[in-house]
Design a protein around this ligand. Sequence first.
Ligand code: SAM
Length: 286
Amino acid sequence: MILTNIGTIKEILSRHGFSFSKGLGQNFITNPDICPRIAENGNAREGFGVIEIGTGIGVLTAELARRADKVCAVEIDSRLLPILDETLADFDNIKIFNEDVMKCDLHKIIREEFSGLKAAVCANLPYYITSPVLMLLLESRLPVESITVMVQKEAAQRLCAKVGSRESGAITVAVNYYGSAKQLFGVSRGSFMPSPNVDSAVIKIEPRSTPLLDEENEKFFFKVVKSGFSQRRKTAANALSSIMGIPKENIYSALRELDLSETARLEGLEMEQLIEFSKILKKSMN
Ligand code: SAM
């Protein structure tokens, strides 16, 4: 069964009385080049178990299962289960979890289902939860080699931007803190059914194996980033003193130690500068 064939998709969906849910971000891939490229770039290979988020009718699931030892796919929409029984009938290495990915214990799945295997995440993400899903995977330090996901083009640009550049935001800092992200390729809106109003891109995040900061410094770092980026136009000194109540003198002195201007804004700092700034600031307050 060719799951990118529009006629095939329409036939299966109508036979099962399935209608697309916009709210669940259901845009299924119809361009045959995309899923093999996601699978090949996303560590779907021997020795790997792959977690997929959102199966749709299983077009990417099948490509992953062809290459990896095992695929565990989380799909919230129970209407897709009878369809998947049909479309993925030829595979014996796929397990579907009918759950909300935001509530699902992915650590447990990796522990129990991928014993002896390395793990990776691959997905065409439902766009309404791109950032929460990525933050969940990264903050919970899911033990995976890579996270290869399709997201909206604009989200991809932000996620893969250089920290300190104009496109960068708090999420860019978070992704760079937990790992490194790069854009692999763009995907036009015509590659899906139904077509979304935006183009997409596939990105790959490789999480770091060791954290950049200890637990206390990490907590403080994210408070600083959140405060600084929530008031982007303000100088670091104004934003952090008003939101976190840090004395301005401590902020000025941390900036001076890094040869930065007292009027610097956090959004203009590079990753290493942000980390050092936060460390120096925290130390000055002990
Ligand atoms: N992988 C398929 C493809 O590429 O054709 C479908 C991708 S579609 C963009 C997103 C999928 O995620 C849909 O099947 C949708 O039902 C599912 N989904 C949406 N919200 C979800 C959630 N919170 N947890 C798990 N799956 C979800």
